[in-house]
Design a protein around this ligand. Structure first.
Ligand SMILES: Nc1ncnc2c1ncn2[C@@H]1O[C@H](COP(=O)(O)OP(=O)(O)OP(=O)(O)O)[C@@H](O)[C@H]1O
Ligand SMILES: [Mg+2]
Length: 295
């Protein structure tokens, strides 16, 4: 069964969080590993939080705990404790800088298999019970094109595909986009060119992707921007810091701020899509209020 086939039932409509407005949900993904997903997800979430957007960052790369490693965090409890019913989502959240809420994946056990469909559905539902106002959820997905990566993308409103200018990254991004469209009915993607030398190289990389996707007539792919290859980012990673914290005026730091500003202007979702998605009951509530105002 696909997550997009998990239909809404009464049990999904958790009443607790319905009083809050719609949440922008953005899955950060890539076909190939090591292209910069975690750095982009963490820095975007931090910039959004600094801009006053109430932001949550979900580390959905369970086996590797990427976000914890990048930010030098340690947590004793994690999403498995939420899935087993031992803890509520709010019990495992780490409060980061600028009130960024981080949902960690760390378990201390490095060899865990990635989440299956049922676990992904359980995680998406756990967010429904979270009873605080949130404006944006950023999801750092695992490496590769797995069921769990696809499920988290399908449960999000927007999908950000990170790509590098190397053949394997371009090839795997195309494969990912085609698969997410054909199997999960995702039709809208945003591309970030990472580790490019110039803005022009970023543009050309995006054009290359568009050419390779020319046959996908029902897929909308737009360019979100680029992040330059930058030693400051590598240095920040070595010190377990996000580059926008360690070197806010670096080339990559500035590019990430611009990217976050653009993303912050994307329209929020305003109606549910009919399958399991993050914070769906807030959308249902929003829709109901709209209908009541019209009548
Ligand atoms: N813009 C950049 N400039 C310089 N180096 C970068 C940049 N982006 C990423 N890197 C380098 O690439 C490494 C991998 O980045 P990151 O961990 O964010 O990738 P990932 O896609 O999340 O990897 P994984 O697939 O393993 O989860 C970083 O540790 C850093 O050294
Ligand atoms: Mg990562």
């Amino acid at each position: 069964m696909l997550l997009s086939e998990v239909k809404l039932g009464q049990q999904d409509l958790a009443p607790t969080s319905a009083g809050h407005g719609p949440v922008q949900t953005i899955a950060v993904t890539s076909g190939k590993g090591g292209v910069g997903k975690t750095n982009i997800a963490v820095n975007l979430a931090l910039v959004l939080a600094k801009e006053g957007c109430r932001t949550m960052l979900l580390d959905a790369d369970y086996g590797m705990a990427n976000v914890d490693v990048l930010l030098g965090l340690k947590s004793k409890v994690n999403l498995l404790d939420v899935l087993s019913g031992k803890h509520q989502l709010e019990d495992i959240i780490i409060h980061g800088p600028d009130d960024l809420l981080i949902v960690p994946a760390s378990s201390g056990i490095r060899q865990l298999p990635s989440f299956g469909i049922q676990e992904c559905a359980g995680i998406v539902r756990a967010f429904s019970e979270f009873d605080q106002t949130i404006d944006c959820l950023v999801i750092d997905t695992a490496t590769g094109i797995s069921e769990s990566v696809a499920s988290f993308c399908a449960a999000s409103n927007e999908v950000l595909v990170i790509v590098n200018n190397e053949p394997a990254s371009v090839h795997d991004s195309i494969t990912l986009i085609k698969l997410l469209h054909s199997e999960y009915a995702i039709a809208r993607f945003h591309v970030v060119a990472n580790m490019v030398l110039t803005a022009r190289e970023g543009n050309e990389l995006f054009r290359k992707l568009l050419t390779l996707l020319a046959d996908e007539h029902n897929v909308l792919v737009s360019y979100a921007g680029y992040v330059p290859d930058d030693d400051a980012l590598r240095k920040a990673v070595a010190h377990h810091k996000a580059v926008i914290e360690a070197y806010p005026r670096s080339r990559s730091g500035m590019a990430l701020k611009n990217l976050a500003k653009r993303i912050n202007n994307w329209p929020r979702p305003d109606c549910p899509r009919g399958h399991l998605e993050f914070f769906v009951e807030r959308l249902l509530q929003h829709k109901k209020v709209d209908m009541e105002e019209l009548s």
